[in-house]
Design a binder for this molecule. Structure first.
Ligand code: NI
Length: 227
């Protein structure tokens, strides 16, 4: 499932984060890439666990906590501390699949990367290129969102970032270990949950059909969730 979630960050949050990121010291993105990805990765990153990355990452985590759609789509068990990258001067990231298991720096915590996330921090008007291209069995999907918006996609997908040929593309990226490992199962739960939410606007809370569907959701989640 590929889903975009608007306004995870307010314009004020984005402006504040951008001011800090534009003044930050960036390092070579290859340091956190796996063997295959290293060869196709050409971008810059904030050092993982640096005070600025932690401060801005917390802002993003707070934004996620306010988003019912994020909770419903990702069913998060653990969220990797958000990282930050910058593409400029032709920088790109060729086709790759994200590392399956990531260790959180300076901790024993490991996260299975079921869901990949990108929060855009620059508006599309500020740069040319830089589309996130995600492949699935239906073909390629091009994603380039307004600042403050987020995309979620399966960690299992092949994806790439096209060269940035004007300006700079700044974003946050991270992963979620979901309580529900399978993208297909998560998609069923998301569709069911979203339909129940819509039905709840039109029916009394004790409508037996709504009660039954809500029970089906709870019981599927109970069946599939790993914690
Ligand atoms: Ni990736």
């Amino acid at each position: 499932m590929l889903i975009t979630i608007p306004n995870v960050l307010s314009p004020a949050d984005v402006a504040e984060m951008r001011a800090k990121l534009d003044a930050a010291e960036w390092s070579d993105g290859k340091v956190t890439a796996g063997y295959q990805a290293k060869k196709v990765k050409d971008n810059q990153q904030l050092v993982e666990n640096s005070p600025l990355a932690v401060e801005l990452g917390d802002k993003i985590l707070k934004g996620l906590a306010r988003s019912p759609v994020f909770m419903s789509a990702a069913l998060p068990l653990r969220v990797f501390p958000p990282m930050f990258n910058r593409y400029t001067g032709g920088g790109r990231f060729g086709t790759h699949v994200d590392t399956a298991i990531r260790q959180v720096v300076a901790t024993a915590q490991r996260i299975r990367t079921d869901v990949s996330a990108t929060v855009f921090l620059t508006d599309p008007s500020e740069y040319d290129g830089g589309e996130l291209i995600i492949e699935d069995s239906y073909g390629e999907h091009s994603v380039k969102l307004p600042a403050g918006h987020m995309v979620l996609y399966p960690g299992t997908s092949l994806h790439r970032v096209e060269p940035v040929t004007r300006g700079a593309r700044v974003s946050s990226f991270f992963w979620i270990q979901s309580m529900v490992r399978s993208d297909g199962d998560r998609t069923l739960l998301f569709d069911l949950d979203q339909s129940i939410q819509k039905l709840a606007l039109e029916h009394a809370p004790d409508d037996p059909k709504l009660v039954t569907l809500t029970g089906v959701y709870a019981n599927l989640l109970r069946r599939w969730a790993e914690m």
